[in-house]
Design a protein around this ligand. Structure first.
Ligand SMILES: [Zn+2]
Length: 77
């Protein structure tokens, strides 16, 4: 299991808990959309990761190189 999804009672926000692949620090992300792909950077070691959520499940969660992270951000703009 790469992480877990928790649906909070309040509203439609879904909280995703993921563990950094590098330092194991837990990060909580809140999402409104249940189908989502995005990026996040570990608060502790700054390791960027990419994740894909499909129907409440984490389908993909992998660390990214800084170079790729920059490219992904450009694509998002
Ligand atoms: Zn980390």
């Amino acid at each position: 299991m790469p992480g877990e999804l928790t649906r909070e009672a309040l509203g439609l926000v879904v909280i995703i808990k993921v563990r950094c692949k590098k330092c194991d620090a837990e990060t909580r992300l809140s999402l409104v959309d249940l189908n989502y792909d995005g990026l996040f950077r570990c608060w502790k070691c700054k390791q960027p990761h990419i994740f894909v959520i499909e129907n409440d499940k984490i389908k993909y969660f992998q660390p990214l190189s800084d170079e790729k992270y920059g490219k992904q951000l450009e694509l998002d703009l």
